[in-house]
Design a protein around this ligand. Structure first.
Ligand code: DC
Length: 224
């Protein structure tokens, strides 16, 4: 069974996908982490906003040694066998991840890897921007999470504060607006609402409420 969760930054995808996967006893694939890992590798290779070497970043994605440790929850992200789960969330990676996400070679390579992971796992909860539309159009269940942008920015601020990363709330909101715009207008793999996706607006919902709603939908459709 493949379950996809797409939606904008801060809509609660990662936490929801993680908990849903645990409830269903299947792995959780965070595809944003894959784009972040390519961006981290690119940073280490000298690629920056000023030097967005498109050809090089494509080569890096094809050659990358990227894997997940499914024995931990959330799964650890391993780059060159090293745990980079925290490093890929750093602001300097977030700032250039669009270079990886906008690159067609990077996208086709990561989509290939995502399908391979799904084929090996059999069942999977996978989250990102293009999972229900482009990567797994035949998924058994497709969810699209959304929330008011101010609420999404508030959640992201709380998450960064928890991690001890000082953040200006106004700059965060502006950054989130810019990311929404980029995610929705990307030539390939844009954030789109799949025709057959179930939309959940999480603005006023708690995490357990969102997960419960999904479990209920999956249970009722699976049994009937
Ligand atoms: O979900 P996130 O913030 O960790 O994602 C990081 C970036 O990767 C984000 O800018 C959008 C992009 N992304 C994408 O283009 N396609 C995906 N399937 C997942 C993430």
């Amino acid at each position: 069974m493949i379950i996809t969760i797409d939606g904008p930054a801060g809509s609660g995808k990662s936490a929801t996908a993680e908990q849903l996967a645990q409830r269903l006893h299947v792995p959780h694939l965070d595809t944003g982490a894959m784009y972040r890992a390519v961006a981290l590798k690119a940073l280490q290779d000298g690629i920056s906003a000023e030097n967005p070497d498109q050809q090089r970043i494509g080569q890096l994605a094809i050659a990358i040694d990227l894997s997940f440790d499914w024995n931990t929850h959330p799964a650890k992200v391993l780059l060159d066998k090293r745990d980079v789960s925290s490093d890929i969330r750093k602001p300097e990676v977030t700032a250039i991840v669009y270079i990886a996400a906008d690159n067609k070679v990077v996208r086709s390579e990561l989509v290939r890897q995502q399908r391979q992971i799904a084929a090996q796992a059999g069942s999977l909860v996978t989250e990102g921007r293009d999972q229900g539309t482009l990567v797994f159009p035949d998924a058994d269940f497709k969810f699209y999470l959304d929330a008011d942008i101010k609420e999404r920015a508030r959640r992201r601020l709380a998450e960064l504060t928890r991690k001890g990363i000082a953040t200006d709330p106004q700059a965060l909101l502006a950054d989130m607006q810019a990311r929404d715009q980029r995610d929705k207008s990307r030539g390939v793999g844009a954030l789109l609402l799949a025709q057959d996706a179930i939309v959940l607006d999480t603005t006023a919902m708690t995490l357990p409420q969102v997960v419960d709603a999904m479990v209920k939908i999956i249970g009722s459709k699976s049994n009937g």
